[in-house]
Write a protein that binds this ligand. Structure first.
Ligand SMILES: [Zn+2]
Length: 84
């Protein structure tokens, strides 16, 4: 059976990326972080092969916003520091 699920079925980005969207995307990336598994990294939140849909969505949204990898990492670290 051929299923394109998880490949083509990406979550659409909002037409205008707001600050709230950025916060939400950073949270999605940090919550949907990879977890090492024998068959490759998996999302620690939903067990989908990493990067899962929400992780990809967050990445795309932040890239759309023009954030670099380093800036994204800083935002994640910041959020993890304030979020126990
Ligand atoms: Zn996930």
């Amino acid at each position: 059976m051929e299923s394109a699920d998880g490949i083509l079925d990406d979550i659409p980005l909002p037409p205008h990326v707001s600050t709230e969207d950025v916060t939400f995307a950073v949270r999605a990336i940090s919550v949907h972080a990879p977890e090492p598994c024998p068959d490759g990294p998996r999302c620690r939140n939903d067990q989908a092969p990493h990067p899962c849909r929400l992780h990809r969505w967050g990445r795309r949204l932040l890239a759309e916003r023009g954030l670099t990898d380093r800036q994204i990492r800083a935002l994640i670290a910041e959020q993890e520091a304030t979020h126990q």
